[in-house]
Design a protein around this ligand. Structure first.
Ligand code: DX5
Ligand code: ZN
Length: 213
């Protein structure tokens, strides 16, 4: 069963409680995009917002770090109650150590790559990952157009996960809509992130339902 992770980047910050409830009642995870204005050319939100969401979240927090030196903030997100943390492969000098650290303190560990990074670069780290986040747009902004090459990338990654006999889930993030969701699942995705499609629609719960196929 595919998991739907609405991206709170697209939420209505003047009525955040409403959007948190929508996720609690209809979705599987809270996807939280943390941007530092350095690793990506945008700044999203920080700890006060994450803490506010955590205080009423009834679904696990899936934190997507788009920051340099993600290892510096792993413990802090763990204390807030994150269940999953992913960081970009090229944001740290020590991906293996960072993945181990995330697992050691009781969270699920994920590695992320942008669309221009070959999926093969993940292969040496797969045994240390609980999930891999494949960006289907360039990290940094919501509302971008889905990149079609993503399907082939999912298939290649899935084949390698199977070849290594691992249980690593594939998460896809960027431009996900009810129109491409089933194709992503068919290709091997198990977690779908969707921001604009959910929260910029007139009916978020209906869209979440449609994303399940
Ligand atoms: C982009 C973020 C995404 C973003 C997705 O850097 O990682 O999670 O919120 O937004 P949509 O679904 O609008 O492409
Ligand atoms: Zn994200």
């Amino acid at each position: 069963m595919v998991k739907i992770a609405p991206s709170m980047l697209a939420a209505d910050y003047l009525h955040l409680e409403k959007d948190v409830k929508t996720v609690n009642e209809n979705a599987d995870l809270f996807h939280l995009d943390i941007m530092d204005g350095v690793f990506v050319p945008n700044i999203s939100f920080g700890f006060p917002i994450v803490e506010a969401i955590a205080s009423m979240a009834e679904k696990p927090l899936d934190v997507h770090l788009m920051i340099i030196k993600p290892e510096k903030y792993i413990e802090r997100f763990a204390r807030i109650g994150a269940s999953m943390i992913s960081f970009h492969l090229n944001a740290t000098d020590n991906p293996a150590q960072t993945l181990l650290h995330i697992r050691e303190i009781g969270m699920k560990a994920g590695l992320v790559i942008n669309p221009d990074i070959p999926v093969e670069s993940l292969f040496p780290y797969l045994h240390l990952c609980d999930y891999v986040l494949l960006m289907s747009v360039y990290a940094g902004f919501g509302g971008q157009k889905f990149i079609e090459e993503t399907y082939d990338r999912i298939r290649s990654l899935k084949a390698e996960i199977n070849r290594q006999g691992l249980n690593v889930k594939i998460e896809v993030d960027g431009g996900v809509t009810p129109a491409n969701a089933h194709l992503l699942v068919e290709a091997g995705a198990e977690i779908l992130v969707a921001g604009s499609a959910v929260f910029k629609s007139g009916n978020p719960s209906e869209v979440i339902c449609a994303l399940r196929g």
